[in-house]
Each structure stands twice: as structure tokens, then as C-alpha cells.
Design a protein around this ligand. Structure first.
Ligand code: GLP
Length: 241
């Protein structure tokens, strides 16, 4: 596991953006695994900026997002589909049919999970972007005694709903369920880039990266992967020696 700590947000964003841009430059038909949340916003801004400046084409790229809320339409501003269009897809030349998110509006959620996992099996992710939840979740894989390997539906923990409530008008509007790639699906990516910012995540960063590998801290399973790059700001990395 390679851990890099940055002094400024700008440097972290530029470094992370370059990892993705370079992947596309080397492999124009790369498969990118993407994440949402507040952490990647600056990274997407930088990817867009560099893509426009250097006229990089994403026309052959395919993307898979980690997760989506159940019950939110893509037009809903809080859906991850909306977020991705807003922050990335609408600014680059990627055809929309090559951008994939789990369909949280599917009538048969289980069938949707199977469909998504099959697509991931057919097009393995070259580089996966990941954020980290305060309880150690990745995607929406919440701490538990057991974890599902593949794409599955989850009931969100109270603490995750509270953490995400800041994006909604009220707590009642926060969806209780989501579809997420499983930890097994995530670990199949050739390279994983975990990005974490902020003092409030310093403890969980230490636990996930240096503590025991346990399903109670889903991110700790990243320790079993051969090629993980961890990008931290000073605050998030302050408990690492
Ligand atoms: C959400 C997402 C995760 C994300 C996490 C942290 O629950 N499903 O993919 O990593 O929140 O979000 P933030 O970056 O806003 O702290």
C-alpha cells in the first residue's frame, strides 16, 4: 500500500486527477471506477480542467460508479447519477451509454444488482476511485459481521444517513436503502485510489490502514489488495506514524 500525504488540497486533487488522466492516455478504452461524496469534487474539477486544456478524449472510456440510492430518479439533485453528470460527465466527451451507475429506480432491485455485477465482470475496472465513510464504509458497504462480495442492496446505517443528511432538505428525505458494489467487486479493480480528507477521519484512516482486517471496518479489506494508492491530506493522515 502506497500512502502519500499532501500539504494542500490542490496538490492532492492534481495528483489524483493525473492518475486517472494518465490511465486514459495510456489506454483510451480504460474502465474507470468512480465515487461520489464531497471528497472527489476537486478531483473531478481537475480532471475536467486538464481534459479540456489538453484535449483528451474520453470517447472510448467506460465508467462504473460504486453506488446509488434506491428510490431517487437520476433527475433528483441528490442522486449520484445527477452528481456525476454535474461534476464530470457533462463536461467530457464520454457517450452516456458508457457511463454506468446502479439503477436505484429498478423495479426488481435484486435483478438490477445481478445485471450490474455481470457488467463489471465483463469489463473489469482498471482504476477505482474510493472515498471513506466515518465508520470505515467504502461505497455503501457498511460495517457488519458479514459482507456481501458482489453488487447488492443495503440498508444504510443511521450514522451514514446522518452524515449524508447535509445534502438533503431534511433527515426524512435521506433514502434508507442503496445499491452498492460489494467489497469483492471493488477489490477486483487493478488499481485502487483511496482518497481521504479531514481531521474527523484521522482515526478511521489509522484503523483501516493499520488495524486488523475485519468486516467491521470494510475499508480494512483494502489491505489485502496488491495495488492500493492512498492519498491523504495532513489532517486525515495525522495519526499515522
Ligand atoms: C457516501 C458514499 C461513499 C463516500 C462516503 C464519504 O456514503 N456512498 O462512497 O465515500 O459517503 O463521503 P464524503 O466524501 O462526503 O465524506
Amino acid at each position: 500500500m502506497e500512502i502519500i500525504i499532501f500539504d494542500t488540497q490542490k496538490e492532492l486533487d492534481a495528483y489524483a486527477a493525473d492518475l486517472f488522466i494518465n490511465t486514459v492516455k495510456q489506454k483510451p478504452n480504460a474502465v474507470l471506477g468512480l465515487a461520489t461524496g464531497s471528497t472527489p469534487v476537486g478531483i473531478y474539477d481537475k480532471i475536467v480542467e486538464t481534459t479540456i486544456q489538453n484535449k483528451i478524449s474520453f470517447s472510448e472510456v467506460t465508467t462504473f460508479n460504486l453506488d446509488e440510492y434506491v428510490g431517487l430518479k437520476p433527475e433528483n439533485e441528490q442522486s449520484y447519477a445527477y452528481y456525476m453528470n454535474e461534476h464530470l460527465f457533462s463536461h467530457i466527451d464520454i457517450p452516456s451509454e458508457q457511463t454506468h451507475l446502479p439503477n436505484g429506480m429498478a423495479e426488481d432491485i435484486e435483478a438490477e444488482c445481478t445485471r450490474y455485477e455481470t457488467m463489471l465482470g465483463d469489463q473489469p475496472v482498471d482504476i477505482q476511485l474510493l472515498g471513506l465513510g466515518h465508520n470505515g464504509h467504502i461505497g455503501f458497504n457498511e460495517p457488519d459481521e458479514n459482507l456481501s462480495g458482489g453488487t447488492h442492496a443495503v440498508k444504510l446505517k443511521e450514522e451514514t444517513m446522518k452524515a449524508n443528511a447535509r445534502f438533503f432538505a431534511s433527515m426524512e428525505e435521506v433514502p434508507q436503502y442503496a445499491i452498492t458494489m460489494g467489497v469483492g467487486s471493488i477489490l477486483k479493480a487493478k488499481t485502487i485510489v483511496l482518497v481521504v480528507r479531514g481531521a474527523d477521519k484521522a482515526e478511521i484512516v489509522k484503523e483501516a490502514l493499520t488495524g486488523p482486517i475485519t468486516t467491521n471496518v470494510p475499508a480494512s479489506l483494502l489491505q489485502t489488495h496488491a495495488h492500493v494508492i492512498v492519498l491523504l491530506d495532513r489532517e486525515a493522515g495525522r495519526m499515522l506514524s
